[in-house]
Ligand binder design. Structure first.
Ligand code: BES
Ligand code: MN
Ligand code: ZN
Length: 457
């Protein structure tokens, strides 16, 4: 269990109050507390706290405003508002598991590079409400924290080898099998597009392949875009577009975070994680616009823009995943700016031909409060990828439907697997929200975890 949770013990009560029930609470409160709340102007606005003193002036209870109760992760703002100490919900929030997860996610801090005393002991702890599976809540939070840490770490310290090290950690912890193909071995082992994208960096590209679980259990394969830094390559990004590109391995971070949740939970699946870990750099040996790449699938791919590198790395990884025809194939990728134009940073689109999976996912996303939105693999746009001199173009030449054409490109590499879904994630919180501080974030993973535990738990 996370160290911000405790089983019991003396703790200060925290009373959640929505704006709608504030006047009712004031009527039942002691005259002193009612007067104090009024005098302090407490309105039960979302995230507002008020400490109620006892006659000695010590904190007897804390009020926590829920506003109109529209944000399920409102409890993510709680830890930051409380004085150090132990707390207990009184009464227990309606959806106590979500409240506790929100609280846990709000305790995340990325302090690897903060000098001075790194006091790791949690300052605020919460008693686990009865009936809440605190181990599952902890497992979900730890998976998210792992992913956030990977994204937040600057590219100088999170290169392809560091992503490999993250996979290696999981391999040791869960007794998984790990195989990594690095540098020119990618050519020998037929991952030509992973090699082409990553070869200009002096940090060698690699294909990370982790498997775990009973070999005859249902096969679940997660593929992650692990572009540790995306300069755009020879089609160099302007500075302001490059600024955040340490997060371009957000898909790999999501896959590793979800993999950790699955293995910690011990789901009865045969899990495989495939990560194309590369740095999209500029050098004399960089791949070029107009180059034609070989691919693992056998298709020749004409390069229109070296900044559309993610789909190349994924194409080879997906082709390998597809040879096993897993029961479910998922990829996560910070793939296109177009997905952000379409739906904004907080709502990742997903693409699948599997109608039943789409419905299952929408359901899981709602339950897990982890929103995603289906966009179409619009077949008529597939011809936009036609090339005059190669089997396929990796981008279309117009400005339209960029996330759809990217998804259609990926689908060229998955021809045997019936149930395949691609998530185009943003992987970043630009404005702080409760439980989601500014920085790396892991999207769509809680929805998938919910789906998988429902299926295989
Ligand atoms: N990693 C980027 C996509 C991206 C940019 C995601 C910003 C999230 C925020 C990707 O490799 C890329 O550069 N895509 C290009 C593709 C284009 C050249 C066809 C894009 O979306 O502009
Ligand atoms: Mn790019
Ligand atoms: Zn990229």
């Amino acid at each position: 269990m996370l160290d911000v949770f405790i089983d019991a013990g003396p703790a200060t009560p925290v009373t959640p109050i929505s704006a709608g029930i504030l006047s009712a609470w004031i009527e039942t409160a002691s005259p002193a507390h009612a007067a104090w709340a009024k005098a302090q102007g407490f309105k039960a606005k979302a995230g507002e706290t008020l400490a109620l003193p006892n006659t000695e002036g010590a904190i007897e209870r804390v009020l926590f405003g829920l506003g109109d109760e529209s944000d399920p992760f409102i409890y993510g703002g709680l830890a930051g508002k409380l004085q150090p100490g132990d707390y207990v919900f009184d009464p227990t929030p309606e959806d106590a598991s979500v409240a506790l997860l929100g609280f846990a996610l709000g305790t995340y801090a990325f302090n690897r590079y903060k000098s001075g005393s790194k006091d790791d002991a949690p300052k605020v702890r919460m008693v686990v409400p009865t009936g809440v599976d605190c181990h599952d809540v902890s497992r979900i939070a730890r998976g998210i924290f792992l992913g956030r840490d990977l994204i937040n770490t600057p590219a100088a310290d999170m290169g392809p080898a560091d992503l490999e090290a993250a996979a290696e950690k999981l391999h040791h912890r869960f007794d998984a099998r790990l195989s990594v193909t690095t540098g020119d071995d990618l050519l020998r082992d037929n991952y030509p597009m992973v090699h082409a994208v990553g070869r200009a960096s002096d940090r060698a590209p690699r294909l990370i392949d982790l498997t775990w679980g009973r070999s005859d259990a249902p096969k679940i394969t997660l593929v992650g875009k692990g572009v540790c830094f995306d300069t755009g390559g020879l089609n160099l990004k302007p500075g302001n577009f490059m600024a955040l590109m340490k997060k371009d391995m957000g898909g790999a971070a999501a896959a590793l975070g979800l993999a950790q949740m699955i293995m910690e939970r011990g789901l009865d699946v045969r899990l495989r994680v495939l990560i194309g870990a590369v740095e999209n750099s500029v050098a004399g040996n960089a791949f070029r616009p107009s180059d034609i790449l070989q691919s693992r699938k056998g298709l020749t791919v004409e390069i229109g823009n070296t900044d559309a590198e993610g789909r190349l790395v994924l194409g080879d990884a997906l082709a390998e995943a597809d040879t096993e025809t897993p029961e479910l194939l998922v990829d996560f990728a910070t793939l296109t700016g177009a997905a952000r134009v379409a739906l904004g940073p907080e709502l990742p689109p997903f693409f699948t031909k599997d109608e039943a999976l789409a419905a299952e996912l929408e359901d899981a996303a709602t339950t897990a409060h982890d929103p995603v939105w289906r966009l179409p693999l619009w077949a008529p746009y597939d011809s936009w990828l036609d090339s005059k001199i190669a089997d396929v173009n990796h981008i279309s030449d117009g400005p339209f439907a960029g996330c759809i054409t990217a998804a259609l490109f990926l689908n060229r590499f998955v021809t045997e697997t019936a149930s395949y879904v691609h998530f185009d994630i943003y992987g970043w919180n630009a404005k702080p929200r409760p439980g989601r501080p500014v920085g790396g974030d892991i999207q769509a993973v809680r929805a998938l975890y919910h789906l998988l535990t429902k299926r295989y738990g």
